[in-house]
Design a protein around this ligand. Sequence first.
Ligand SMILES: [Fe+2]
Ligand SMILES: [Fe+2]
Length: 327
Amino acid sequence: MSSDPDEFKQIELQSILPNQVLGFDIFIFMPINGKYISYISGKDPVDENRLKRLKFKKVNFIYIRQEDLAKYSKYISSAVRDKLSQKGGQNKREAIISSAEMIINSVDMLSGDDDLVDWSNNCVEVTKAVVDEIVKTKELSNAYDKIMDFFSSNPSIINHSLAVSSLGVVISMALGNFSPRTLTEVAYGGLVHDVGLGDVSEKIIEKYLRSEQMNSEESKIFKEHPDNGVRVLSKIIKSKNITDNVLKIVYEHHEMWDGSGYPQGIAGPTLAYLPKIITIADRIALAMQKPESSNKNFKYILLKLQQEQDKKRTLDKRMLTSLLQNL
Ligand SMILES: [Fe+2]
Ligand SMILES: [Fe+2]
């Protein structure tokens, strides 16, 4: 028994599935004496009745030891993969919905932690699981590997791109889009959205990732990346899997609702649906990965983005609202 809150990390009860050996212990908090007591041992399969008892008592949150965070992150990834590999039409849809919930919960939980490495590793796993399981296209996974090679020279961009890809998939599902084609295009578009930054200096990329002010020369170079991205993609992969929608995501992800974006400066209803998803995912990822940001909670960032729209309408407000309603 312990009463030190720094030793524990709160997680969602619903992220724990019955009949699995977790490899980490589960604790519950007793408000009556302020202590955390061991409830499920990590060594044995999780007893379904014990989970049900907590649900019955309307307990939504349980606890793990801080040092087990990486184990929990791995557990979420493999649980998502298991769920997605279940067969059958109706079950598949349910599996995707509950995976989406698990992803949202874990992104929410893990992103609140200082150790963003675990979080981005989890994003890698989740994105791969979604892409692998929903789409069984061999060519696409080859293309995926090529993109990974391309990014290997710039680890900060790869983390950012994987986060945008995973968040894009989560956002799409939260908005009710479960079509494999859409999810693939979003996952893929998110992965390559900043590919045009390949030749841009590390200094400028760092400023972008830290949301720091660029001087006019830097900003001019940076703003060329949607154009360059489309050019780079058509050069490195001549695959039919680079669909027009993926190219549109790359080209339009910096367009803004009020027309203040680039490269075209198009506005409002003329903005395409999938690029808008990636624009939001990009903003969330940047806010989450900003080293000095105090609150990296997914919903909190979404609420902030929504509030910002009252001053400067850069995003599709209706999309933000339905996203917030569905999370
Ligand atoms: Fe970008
Ligand atoms: Fe980006």
